[in-house]
Design a protein around this ligand. Structure first.
Ligand code: URA
Length: 247
């Protein structure tokens, strides 16, 4: 390309004024580049600064709005979107909000949630070092397992959450979440104990804390899974300490 090709013609052009303010009187500009920087009114546009993960998630909440894509909307009080540190390297995925979660609008705030906190603490994690969500964002009545069509209707939200957060590791809690994240139809007893993948993100399936409340014998395999998670986080160089979260 010849020197000066594609430069603006008029020196009263706003682009040219800013170039001149740097003491330059000649620049190279790729043909078409300048036109791409102009809005409909022909004026040069300022680019919006990149949004943070938290802002992207907020924008997703806006898009979800008052979602009516499946029957779970009929009895819900809240859409339980997620909670924790959006910049965390670990994303925990549960099954669906229960009664307490539906009222408070936050995941895992009931008995199972208290146990989950203890499980996380066993490997120096807390709600400030993870983000928690569910495969369905509205409470299945009577805490029943969400149906396949309900999971499918809600899937785009979780998919976008993952796309926005790009977690280093996903921990799937219980069979429905583990099946959803691995695409397998196997039971949780078979899925846990190995590391699976969602795209390039490692997935660690483990028992749901509610199952642990019912069956104490599941404590040991969950502890094994947590040790696996801790090792994985170390290998990936992912920090476990709290970085930012509102209490
Ligand atoms: N169980 C889940 O799977 N998710 C919650 O948010 C609460 C209980």
């Amino acid at each position: 390309m010849e020197k000066g090709e594609g430069t603006p013609k008029g020196r009263d052009d706003p682009f040219w004024s800013s170039v001149a303010s740097f003491g330059l009187d000649e620049v190279f500009v790729l043909p078409g580049w300048l036109e791409e920087q102009r809005g409909d009114d022909g004026r040069l546009q300022r680019r919006a600064p990149a949004r943070s993960v938290a802002e992207e998630l907020e924008a997703l909440v806006e898009r979800v709005g008052d979602c009516r894509s499946c029957r779970l909307c009929q009895e819900r009080n809240s859409i339980v979107f997620g909670d924790g540190n959006p910049d965390a390297g670990v994303l925990l995925v549960g099954e669906g909000p229960g009664a307490n979660e539906d009222i408070q609008g936050k995941p895992f705030v009931g008995k199972a949630g208290h146990l989950l906190d203890k499980i996380l603490a066993s490997i120096e994690l807390d709600r400030g070092s993870v983000y928690i969500t569910n495969i369905v964002k509205c409470r299945p009545p009577g805490n029943r397992t969400p149906s396949r069509d309900e999971v499918a209707a809600c899937w785009w939200i979780l998919e976008e959450q993952i796309e926005i957060m790009r977690p280093g590791v996903i921990v799937a809690l219980g069979a429905p979440a583990s099946r959803t994240m691995t695409g397998s139809t196997d039971g949780i007893g078979k899925l846990r104990g190995s590391i699976h993948r969602y795209g390039d993100i490692p997935v660690v399936p483990t028992y749901h804390p509610a199952a642990l409340l019912r069956t104490k014998a599941l404590k040991r395999p969950v502890w094994e899974d947590m040790k696996k998670l801790r090792k994985l986080l170390e290998e990936l160089g992912l920090p476990r300490e709290r970085s930012s979260v509102d209490d």
